[in-house]
Design a protein around this ligand. Structure first.
Ligand code: NAD
Ligand code: WQD
Length: 348
């Protein structure tokens, strides 16, 4: 069995990726400090796949604990490094927290890659590395503009650090995946996005409003220069995103990469406005959403969407789901999660 270390495996993207990896014959171990998660995703993974995944609960900024994990688990062929803090607003308030966590954890992972001769790394990068892109759709050749937040800067710096490391270590390989807006849940509704702090991303806000856990959705602005005045984003279904990690790892294991560090956009290639996303939710669920137009959110880019042709050509990866699939699965997950919360409250 091909043994993979998933960092941040209890988080949103990590947990869904573990399912796809297990379905494709990989053995998975996880490390997650649970700073922004709990272990419930591991139960969802077991319910879906029948496999119990072991999580090491510690902070990857601790080099000695990280080294011990590699000592205990010989033969790791790849690391998928999701673990990071990801709140743009929080990073503006606490930049040092973000630089410390996101960069030191990465440095320790690279240190162990070298010490334990792990050949392959997949790194979670972000569309935020493009900043305010000047031309759309964004391609991998689009320049990195100025980072709009300390969070985005940690991703830009992370990419540079990996590139410098791999220039020196020609026997190691990495793929840097720039995700656009991940959303949705596993089809079973046994696993989905479960933020431990208040949700701020559009799709979980929509489902929480519909479930009655939040009063209303405020659409941040409707007089932008877009087809209906609201902002445009490229929403990618979480299981399509998950599968891109498996495809990337398989690609590296086959030795198909031409250079030892490559970068890919993961998106569906279509811009969707906030109001179109609301309409998609209303269409697939048959219910009206309580929303109103509010002021613009500081720092929002007007429109961003990407071209994923490179991932399609090289990794043989194609997104199969659209915004309606995102809303349908996110809603099924929200309903299940809300009823589980009500049952727990009833027991108290
Ligand atoms: P998440 O918060 O759900 O998962 C990240 C996990 O990493 C959490 O469970 C957290 O507890 C863990 N973690 C954080 N720092 C750690 C540390 N030092 N040691 C051990 N564990 C640690 O986030 P996600 O949405 O699953 O994002 C995964 C990755 O993808 C992150 O690197 C994020 O920056 C990146 N990304 C996310 C999005 C998005 O919109 N969700 C978009 C682009 C990129
Ligand atoms: C989407 C759209 C909002 C909430 C963030 C990070 C980015 C990347 C992906 C990590 C925007 C609008 C939202 C609400 C709204 N993450 N909206 N009302 O800002 O595109 O990207 O996640 O790397 O770095 O910045 O995602 O889901 O917050 O917003 O109108 O209550 O929905 O204005 O147009 P965003 P989002």
């Amino acid at each position: 069995m091909k043994k993979v270390l998933v960092t941040g495996g209890c988080g949103y993207i990590g947990s869904h990726t573990i399912i796809d990896l297990l379905n494709h014959g990989f053995e998975v171990i996880s490390v997650d400090s649970n700073i922004n998660s709990d272990q419930s995703a591991l139960q969802g993974i077991e319910a879906i796949t029948g496999t119990k995944v072991k999580n090491y609960t510690f902070d990857l900024c601790d080099l000695e604990k990280t080294r011990l994990l590699f000592q205990e688990n010989e033969g790791i062929i790849g690391i998928i490094h999701f673990a990071a803090l990801k709140s743009v607003g929080e990073s503006v308030d606490q930049p040092l927290l973000y630089f410390n966590n996101n960069l030191n954890s990465l440095l320790n992972i690279l240190h162990c890659m070298e010490e334990f001769a792990v050949p392959h790394l997949i790194f979670s990068s972000s569309c935020s590395v493009y900043g305010n892109a000047k031309t759309l759709p964004v391609t991998e050749e689009s320049p990195m503009e100025v980072a709009e937040s300390p969070y985005a800067r940690t991703k830009q710096m992370g990419e540079h650090i990996i590139n410098d490391f791999l220039t020196k270590h020609q026997h190691s390989n990495a793929i840097l995946l720039r995700y656009f807006n991940p959303a949705g849940a596993h089809e079973s509704a046994l696993l989905g996005e479960s933020p431990i702090n208040a949700a701020s991303n559009l799709v979980p806000v929509i489902t929480e409003v519909a479930a009655g856990r939040r009063k209303e959705l405020i659409v941040f602005g409707d007089d932008y220069d877009t087809r209906d005045g609201s902002c445009v984003r490229d929403y990618i279904h979480i299981m399509d995103l998950a599968n891109a990690h498996t495809k990337s790892l398989e690609y590296l294991l086959r030795g198909d990469n031409e250079v030892n560090h490559e970068v890919y956009n993961l998106a569906i290639g279509e811009g969707v406005t906030v109001l179109e996303a609301v309409n998609a939710f209303e269409k697939v669920t048959g219910q009206k959403l309580n929303y109103r137009i509010g002021p613009k959110r500081a720092g929002d880019v007007v429109a961003i969407y990407a071209n994923y042709a490179k991932a399609a050509e090289k990794l043989a990866w194609e997104p199969k789901r659209n915004i309606e699939d995102i809303m349908r699965t996110a809603w099924a997950w929200e309903q299940r999660r809300t009823s589980a919360k009500m049952e727990t409250a009833g027991e108290d």
